[in-house]
Design a protein around this ligand. Structure first.
Ligand code: HGY
Ligand code: MN
Ligand code: MN
Ligand code: MN
Length: 425
């Protein structure tokens, strides 16, 4: 629907910038691999179409475009006056992949607003003592492969030796999926950036929580990105006939999992600073008249404090082992993903703070991100910072995601202002 900016809106970002961003997010929302809902996973045909669309927008904004061998789309704006030969690069951007049945802002807003900021700076022919690159990562959500942050970990030189042999649900390896996409997995190491070339990586992203909305703020500073630990729990009991297996003779893997999952929930609710989620549950050989013998479930554990995260993971495993022993079910827990908490770099945060003060917010809010972002990986290769944008009801990872037009205008203005400010420091 044609939404108009309130006339009193103070932003200097031309209203058409916000509308252009909104129109592009609408266009990206149609690039999906599932009928009637937005799902775009790493190296899928939908990812390819999104790369084509975003490449066009990057070129229109005055950037040169390339795809690295981890399928990260990179737009480069180099207002190259020779005197700055060999200048360093400021990295902006976010991710193009989504969860299943996603919203249209998580990731994509950061990519499209970064392109809009470069477009504005290029039109003004802003002299800058650095080049700018917009990175559109392809795998921040980790939906397709039992890996995540693949693009940003490649950029940071932090891929694991077994990453390329990780398989998706169809048994396709990451290496083959990259080849099918037109990338060369044998040269993925060349995607690694040189630390000395980089000023930092700054990502604009929806908050995915309600702090800004409750405080009546459009934008907020991020103090750091919480680390996370993800594990798979595999339980083996004994398959039985539903009618002839006595209750005290059962080794039911599903009721065992159920007791574990409730114990996990109770522990997280009773522990400050800890959130835990069992997001997937698999039941092998399920049947209405079969006592379940094998169950798998995932655990996602977040705590900003690394020590709490480690301590609580060990406690969860101990809880589950005790429940499994009592129920005569075997248990295997395997960690498949972990990232430690990374602070946002103070100098970059201070520059963002100045920009918010210029917008009349000299008491800008600063909040931790309990959601993971590509900055978790990029922090290995350069300083990082993030700017959060208010989203309605904090809704995210769902079609209910929504950002108001004036907050999109504020995002463009803040990101453009940040680059200008950095350029004149
Ligand atoms: O899981 C996360 O926090 C992010 O949305 N991938
Ligand atoms: Mn997400
Ligand atoms: Mn995201
Ligand atoms: Mn808690």
């Amino acid at each position: 629907e044609a939404r108009t900016l309130p006339s009193a809106f103070a932003s200097s970002a031309p209203p058409d910038a916000a509308r252009r961003v909104m129109a592009r997010l609408d266009a990206l929302a149609l690039v999906s691999q599932e009928e009637g809902r937005l799902t775009r996973t790493y190296l899928s045909e939908a990812h390819r179409q999104a790369v084509d669309l975003v490449s066009r927008w990057m070129r229109e904004a005055g950037m040169s475009v390339r795809l690295d061998d981890a399928a990260t789309l990179i737009g480069r704006y180099d207002p190259g006056s020779g005197e700055f030969a060999g200048r360093r690069t400021l990295l902006l951007g976010s991710h193009l992949d989504t969860v299943r049945d996603a919203g249209r802002y998580d990731g994509m807003l950061g990519v499209v607003t970064a392109i809009e900021a470069v477009r504005e700076l290029a039109q003004e022919q802003q002299e800058l003592p650095f080049a700018i690159e917009v990175l559109a990562f392809g795998d921040e959500e980790g939906v397709r492969f039992p890996r995540t942050l693949t693009g940003s970990r490649a950029a940071a030189g932090a891929l694991a030796p077994d990453d390329l042999s990780a398989c998706d649900a169809d048994g396709i390896t990451l290496a083959d999926a990259l080849r099918n996409f037109g990338c060369d997995p044998d040269r993925i190491a060349e995607a690694t950036r040189k630390r000395e070339d980089l000023i930092g990586y700054v990502e604009l992203h929806i908050e995915q929580g309600r702090v800004l909305e409750k405080a009546g703020r459009a934008l907020g500073l991020v103090s750091g990105i919480s680390g996370a630990k993800r594990a798979r729990f595999v339980l083996k009991g004994k398959v039985g006939h539903a009618g002839t297996t006595a209750m005290d003779d059962r080794r039911d893997a599903l009721t065992c999992a159920a007791e574990m999952i409730l114990a996990i929930e109770r522990r997280a609710s009773e522990t400050d600073g800890l959130v835990m989620t069992v997001g997937t549950l698999e039941l092998a050989g399920a049947g209405v008249n079969v006592v379940p013998g094998a169950v798998g479930f995932s655990l996602d554990l977040r705590a900003f404090d690394d020590a709490i995260r480690e301590r609580e993971y060990e406690a969860v495993v101990a809880d589950c082992e005790a429940i499994a022993a009592r129920r005569r079910v075997s248990i295997r827990a395997e960690v498949f993903y972990e990232e430690t908490t990374v602070p946002c770099e103070q100098a970059l945060v201070a520059t963002l703070k100045k920009v918010l003060a210029q917008r009349g917010e000299d008491d800008a809010l600063s909040l931790p991100s309990m959601a993971g972002h590509d900055g978790l990986a990029m922090a290995r290769i350069c300083p990082i910072a993030m700017l959060f944008v208010r989203c309605r009801d904090g809704a995210s990872h769902s079609p209910d995601e929504h950002v108001d037009l004036e907050d999109i205008a504020a995002s463009v203005e803040a990101l453009t202002g940040f680059v200008r400010q950095l350029g004149h420091q």
